[in-house]
Design a protein around this ligand. Structure first.
Ligand code: ADP
Ligand code: GN1
Ligand code: MG
Length: 364
């Protein structure tokens, strides 16, 4: 068991400890909200245990995030924004390091809690979702001139759907390490029937039609913080996967999560579908910030990117289920299979509505 007090006492927090509680609902890291009191004033921090199973070189990962946030701070200041709220602010360890290694080898980082902020696990209104589109579109725009070659690739092939299929999904089926294939034959078939989707973007990249940009790559709604009073998007967080990628990954992954009429792990598939009003709202927000820089091939593939990112995520959940749940955190035994079924139901609904999705993009 990690000793959280050992961890906390090694960060440069102000004041004295009051409390800590598990926080948020990310699938990868373990997050705590920590409160200190400094001369009567409450100071809130986020402390995170970084998932070493997922991220193999945390030193390089943290250098990426410091590089990106320092760059963003300058941009935000230059445009008259509040750099203490509009990007992540890290707290270093007492000995000046970017993360702390505890006596069990656990790796922890800390940042200030963005004041008066909330995150959402589901879209509550089209306007809220549009706000997240603005935030991710702006993130991409602000990083347009960031030196991409200074970034370490934290998770190589992260959104390479072809790689996910050939090098992860198919071998998992062949190994079938805990004998789960028989319990998901329909889902396996669903993926195999759509194998040709997987190389759509990799082919366009090879042909020089889709440019690499600095992208976020994990554009879930709960990776944006909103002002709790105005519900305006303030800050993009969860920067572990900021890497060279496609604008389409960021657009598609947001739709996957936020324009689903149900939660990502809703087991009642009759509730799952694409909400076209939300799709439009997000597209409006995202394109208002990043639209001008997109080329023709990017624009033509926006609607399809939503389908592909949903398909890819479903395939990753299914692969993890078959591999005995070693990657995503789960809350109950078949959680990853439920998530996969949900994502495939959304893919099937998007297939039915692809013409409408295309028309919405054209109308914008
Ligand atoms: P994970 O990689 O596990 O998804 P995140 O970095 O997204 O971890 O953090 C998990 C949750 O913690 C977020 O969804 C958000 O609710 C909250 N959170 C993270 N950082 C901050 C912060 N600086 N200020 C306020 N809330 C935060
Ligand atoms: C993970 O860390 P979190 O919960 O924001 C995952 C994403 C998936 C998402 C599915 C580093 O995101 O790729 O799309 O779960 N992040 C990583 O909900 O694998
Ligand atoms: Mg997250």
């Amino acid at each position: 068991m990690d000793d959280i007090f050992e961890v906390l006492s090694n960060f440069n927090f102000s004041g004295s400890y009051e409390s800590h509680i598990p926080y948020g609902s990310g699938h990868i890291n373990s997050t705590f909200l920590v409160t200190y009191k400094d001369n009567g004033a409450e100071k809130k921090y986020i402390v995170q245990k970084i998932n070493k199973n997922v991220f193999s070189d945390v030193g390089k990962l943290m250098n990426n995030i410091f590089g990106v946030t320092s760059y963003l701070k300058e941009k935000i200041k230059a445009s008259g924004g509040d750099e203490n709220r509009e990007t992540l602010n890290f707290i270093k360890t007492l000995d000046g390091k970017k993360y702390y290694t505890d006596r069990n080898g656990g790796l922890y980082r800390a940042y200030t809690f963005v004041s008066d902020s909330v995150s959402y696990n589901g879209v509550e209104s089209a306007e809220l979702f549009k706000q997240s589109g603005i935030a991710f579109g702006k993130f991409q725009r602000l990083l347009a001139d960031f030196p991409a070659d200074s970034l370490y690739e934290t998770l190589p092939e992260f959104h390479n759907t072809k790689y996910r299929y050939e090098t992860e999904f198919i071998p998992a089926l062949e190994k079938n390490i805990v004998g789960r294939n028989d319990s998901c034959l329909e889902q396996i078939k669903f993926v195999k029937d759509r194998a040709d989707y997987c190389s759509r973007f990799t082919d366009l990249v090879k042909a020089g039609k889709l440019p690499l940009r600095v992208t976020h790559n994990d554009t879930k709604l709960n990776n944006v913080l909103f002002d709790k009073n105005t519900n305006k998007a303030i800050c993009v967080i969860d920067l572990d996967t900021v890497m060279p990628g496609l604008a389409l990954y960021d657009f598609g992954d947001s739709i996957r999560f936020g324009a689903n009429t149900a939660a990502e792990d809703e087991a009642d598939l009759s509730k799952v579908g694409i909400n076209l009003e939300y799709f439009r709202a997000y597209a409006e927000g995202f394109l208002s910030q990043a639209g001008e820089s997109l080329n023709a091939a990017e624009k033509e593939n926006l609607a399809f990117s939503a389908l592909l990112m949903t398909f890819e995520c479903g395939m990753r959940f299914l692969t993890d289920y078959i591999n005995d749940d070693t990657y995503f955190k789960i809350a109950y035994p078949r959680h990853n299979l439920v998530r996969a079924k949900n994502q495939f139901a959304l893919v099937a609904d998007m297939e039915k509505h692809m013409d409408e999705m295309e028309n919405i993009i054209k109308s914008l």
